[in-house]
Design a protein around this ligand. Sequence first.
Ligand SMILES: [Zn+2]
Ligand SMILES: [Zn+2]
Length: 212
Amino acid sequence: MGLFRCDVHGINPIVALCEHAAAQLDRGALDETESIDMIEACAECSQALRASSSPPDESTDLPHHARCSMCFDLARVRRARAFGEADPFFVYERTLWPIDGDELDELRGLLLRSFTFPVSAMSDTQQPACWVVAGSYAWPTTITVYGIVDTATQDALAALVRSFFAGRTRNQAKVVFVEAMVVDAWRSADGKSHGRSHRRERERVLRVETLA
Ligand SMILES: [Zn+2]
Ligand SMILES: [Zn+2]
């Protein structure tokens, strides 16, 4: 997935739009779109795509334009609200975004200085297994920590995160405590490493602490 550098939100995953939807988004008035083959298409383009005889498993050659996924999400929310409809997803109005890198780094630094984490099994660079990931309109800032299994230490970590956000307006966040990192290492018969893949679906979440 590509990334889009947005002046408002920072570096975000891209959303692919048909040229009409992209133009509408740029003008700040997005009509409803339909997601076809990973492209958000306007009504005319989605109708034309459905009418075309190409087999459904063949990807479309509809020309598309990349935009910031957060700008797209915001436009969807604004459109729904302008028409008095329900929000398309639960909207996090007050959370840190990718553009708030300094604050996110500050929080991670605070956690690394205050607690001991196991080393991440995903990299060879001895990174502690503690991640602070920026929020978006659809999810809050998420702090994922591995290997902190006793309740008292979890309480202390959650309290530190809470104190970090105290007094800040953009304070929606959650802390996810995971028992241990599950990674598959791929090695050939001669023992050479062929990289690793993270298996989140096999990890045990011990606790999720929601702030604000
Ligand atoms: Zn279109
Ligand atoms: Zn944006």
